[in-house]
Write a protein that binds this ligand. Structure first.
Ligand code: B3K
Ligand code: ZN
Length: 864
């Protein structure tokens, strides 16, 4: 019988019943019979004599209170209830767990041969009975006992003792001087290679840095180490934040549900987010690794030193830390390109979440399974909300706010309100209307009307804002709206209001409001919502000629890219019309000429140029439609790409030839490779001898960015060399599963009708393993998210493939299953035939007798 999982509500928050002053844990490691002793000192907060501890899947061995066996307890499925307790007491609980059979990758589990933990959000309760909630902070002392075959026995903080035991095993004891919640606890035990380094902090303290990787992987560790040092330095200089322990450890493991985890002093990382060298990792991987290493490091202050009162406040640490990692990447690399990445994630994934059944505020108020709320809304939209505050306050006041936040709350578990209060008080800015961003749901729209008056030489913008239909907050938001006005030569006009020069940020706060710019001598072209200054949809009827003007002249790289996106949107709307009328689909000459000019000039950052000429993905373009026209959209994308390839073959060739790089990692070389790959992608569609020779030399080189770029190009164009090249890659890289993930991902995007049979065959590939989230995401995730042609087949085979997998994953790893389910969440946005087929799969899942809470929550929302 299925029990309906219970929801928790933000409004029901109650402070914890007890304070825990210290916790001593002892782990006696064994694959199926690990014994965990937890000795803790509890003090009742309000005279209560009972205590309810969280615990899931534990075998209880013994309970002592103040050294005596204790009998007043009741063991329930998810709790341990104790009664008749004194006000203050020492509780000692011994439990047994089985890491080897824990395939959920939450709690203590085995990854390959190594023990590791994942406790956020509520995994600590799979290790021992405890008050497993973020507002119970305590001091941890942890003893790990293991076999000699596991020389590294690690936990948080500093190692204070280690030694040999009489039975031939050994132990290590760790003490973390900082109070922390249970979700930041970590334990790792295994046999690793170590890369060691050192960082001297701004106050002159020496910090040991240690990176633990699987044996044989040392050569792939230096980039992550260098990234960590850059992150430590950057946080000191930009945020005045210094690291606080004597050691910082990162362990790379192969079985991991997410990217990484910020456990105090002992980060656990998915190996895909650590390991890199030129032969195995792309430039993109290098960038991702640097940003994730930074992100986890930045959590040390925003998350660990100041944490969340309850899980509804997750964006307090995640939105803020994403903002910080974005700034880190932008300060160290290209601000424009990083902004493009961030906005692409918002438009493509977050707007879709906002428009679907999982829509929630950045501070959700109702949750069944917390793991379902590590979303693009909480993370990325949360970061946009922090960014808006930064825009409104400016860097100086924002940093004052950060300092005040730490002054007030260091060592505490707090709320988003506390954060905004610190920002408000430090900057003397009223943020009361702004705070609605924490409650509102869905993407607001801002309709812009403009009017140029040549007699008075004024330009008036009128804004009408509208909350999303599904938004319970139906009142106006505070929207910082950035604008630039270009004259006919492409120069930015000075912005003057009431005779005074004004900032480019307009505070839009009313349902409808206008602003009139003066001394505007001619009809300008307006660059609206420059830099995506707020997470809103702008409605404005751009003409293609205006967009072309922006692409050529806007001062911000981001704005130029954004204009290409808008231009493609116009093209695709027209293309879909043509498709329905059986007309010809082709790109406007005006846009092709613009690309031609860009390719001929090749000015500025080449990586930006690569982004400007790329056709947006199916997922990005589909957000323009209420009912997604799958077949028309797929046809448009293929046709647009072919159009660019054929009509711009010469400039693409010249551009390809002009790109100079010698495999080095400088920004210039990375940009050149990005542009080379985009050119080659198009050129493979119009292949000739010369192009083939370029392809071959990229396939043969030992730089993964170039090799994979060429492989993608031939695979997409289905050149005769595609199959043999894929086979060579397979035999060359079978020993390296992270590289094979790239190959799996590419296989999954095959457009031909063979795709599904091929994927089923690949399930049997020696490198594939359904219990490893990286493999599943590479193969099936790439299929469902990146192969619109085959996933949305009208015979339902694509949906069935995902449905079949979800049934299996539900039993193996509910967290991964739930994430893989996401493509089904937007089922209502497709045509009736596809809706029916997707719904069938959701209904099939809803009937599983062992349906996990993770899937239940999303399936239920999708269907009801
Ligand atoms: N805080 C972790 C994510 C935990 C996810 C739990 N399902 C990584 C991060 O955001 O830094
Ligand atoms: Zn995070």
């Amino acid at each position: 019988m299925q029990i309906k999982p219970q929801a928790k509500y933000l409004k029901d928050y109650q402070a914890p019943s007890h304070e825990v002053t210290r916790l001593e844990l002892t782990f006696d490691l064994h694959p199926t019979k690990t014994k965990v002793k937890a000795k803790a000192h509890y003090i009742a907060n309000c005279g209560t004599t009972s205590l309810v501890l969280d615990g899931v899947g534990l075998t209880l061995l013994s309970i002592n209170v103040n050294g005596q066996p204790f009998e007043h307890f009741e063991c329930q499925e998810q709790h341990l209830q104790l009664s008749n307790l004194p006000n203050e007491f020492e509780l000692e609980i011994e439990t047994e767990i089985s890491p080897k059979t824990n395939t959920s990758l939450e709690g203590l589990y085995l990854s390959g041969g190594a023990y590791c933990t994942q406790c956020e959000a509520e995994g600590f309760r799979k290790i021992t009975y405890f008050l497993d909630r973020p507002d119970v902070l305590t001091i941890y002392t942890v003893t790990v006992i293991g076999e000699q075959s596991m020389p590294c026995l690690l936990s948080n903080g500093n190692q204070v003792e280690s030694g040999q035991l009489d039975d031939g095993r050994h132990f290590a004891k760790w003490h973390d001087p900082f109070k922390k919640p249970s979700y930041l606890f970590a334990l790792v035990a295994g046999d690793f290679d170590k890369l060691e380094d050192m960082f001297v902090t701004c106050s002159g303290r020496k910090v040991n840095l240690v990176l633990f990787v699987d044996k044989g992987n040392l050569a792939k560790a230096p980039h992550a180490m260098a990234s960590l040092k850059r992150a430590m330095k950057w946080d000191e200089s930009r945020f005045k934040l210094e690291y606080d322990l004597d050691i910082y450890m990162i362990v790379a493991v192969d079985f991991f549900n997410m990217g990484a985890m910020e456990n105090k002093g002992l980060n656990v990382f998915n190996s895909a987010c650590v390991l890199a060298n030129q032969q195995t990792a792309t430039d993109r991987d290098y960038h991702t690794i640097e940003s994730i290493v930074g992100h986890e490091y930045f959590h040390n202050w925003t998350g660990n030193r100041v944490t969340c009162r309850d899980w509804f406040q997750l964006s307090l640490k995640e939105g803020l830390t994403v903002f910080r990692d974005q700034e880190f990447s932008s300060d160290l690399g290209s601000r424009g390109l990083n902004r493009i990445d961030a906005v692409m994630a918002m438009r493509t994934h977050q707007f879709a979440e906002d428009a679907g059944p999982m829509a929630h505020p950045i501070r959700p108020n109702k949750v069944i399974e917390m793991n379902n709320f590590y979303t693009v809304t909480v993370y990325n939209k949360g970061a946009e909300v922090i960014r808006m505050m930064h825009t409104l306050l400016g860097e100086e006041n924002f940093q004052k706010g950060m300092q005040l936040y730490f002054e007030r709350h260091d060592g505490q578990a707090v709320t988003c309100d506390d954060f905004v209060a610190a920002m408000q008080d430090a900057s003397q800015t009223n943020l009361s209307q702004f705070k609605l961003w924490y409650e509102q749901v869905g993407t607001p729209t801002l309709t812009v009307a403009t009017e140029f008056d040549d007699i008075s030489a004024t330009y008036t913008c009128t804004f009408t804002q509208k909350n999303a239909q599904n938004d319970p907050v139906q009142s106006p938001l505070h929207i910082p709206f950035a604008i630039e006005l270009l004259d006919k030569n492409g120069h930015a006009l000075a912005l003057k209001v009431n005779g005074k020069t004004t900032s480019k940020i307009i505070d839009v706060t009313h349902p409808e409001q206008s602003i009139t710019f003066e001394q505007i001598p001619e009809q300008p072209v307006a660059v609206l919502l420059e830099d995506f200054s707020a997470p809103v949809i702008v409605n404005y009827d751009y003409k293609l000629s205006e967009l072309v003007h922006i692409i050529a002249h806007a001062s911000s790289d981001y704005a130029r890219w954004e204009a290409t996106q808008q231009a493609f949107k116009l093209e695709v709307l027209e293309g879909v019309k043509q498709y329905n009328a059986h007309g010809t689909i082709s790109l406007s000459c005006e846009l092709v000429d613009t690309f031609n000019a860009l390719l001929c000039k090749r000015q500025g950052d080449l990586a930006l140029l690569a982004e400007l000429i790329r056709v947006p993905s199916f997922d990005t373009l589909s957000s323009e439609f209420e009912c997604i026209p799958v077949d028309a959209l797929n046809t448009c994308i293929v046709q647009f790409e072919l159009d660019i390839a054929t009509r711009l073959a010469n400039p693409l060739k010249q551009t390809y030839e002009s790109c100079e790089e010698k495999g080095e990692m400088s920004h210039k070389a990375v940009s050149a490779r990005a542009l080379k790959n985009v050119c080659l992608y198009y050129l493979a569609m119009v292949c000739d001898e010369k192009i083939l020779s370029w392809i071959q030399s990229q396939l043969d080189c030992d730089n993964m960015t170039l090799k994979l770029g060429a492989l993608k190009a031939v695979f997409n164009a289905q050149l005769p060399c595609s199959e043999p090249s894929m086979a060579v890659f397979d035999s060359q890289w079978r020993h390296d599963l992270l590289v094979m993930d790239k190959w799996f991902a590419l296989q999954a995007t095959q457009k031909s009708d063979q795709a599904i049979a091929n994927i089923k065959n690949l399930y049997e590939h020696p490198c594939f393993d359904k219990s490893n989230p990286n493999r599943v995401r590479a193969l099936v995730g790439s299929f469902a998210r990146g192969n619109a042609v085959q996933f949305h087949r009208l015979d339902g085979q694509g949906y069935r493939l995902l449905g079949d997998l979800l049934v299996e994953l539900n039993a193996i790893n509910p967290q991964n299953a739930s994430r893989m389910l996401t493509p089904f969440m937007s089922w209502k946005r497709y045509d009736k035939a596809r809706q029916k087929l997707m719904k069938e799969q959701l209904e099939r899942l809803s009937k599983l007798t062992d349906l996990s809470g993770d899937l239940y929550e999303k399936v239920d929302k999708a269907l009801n």
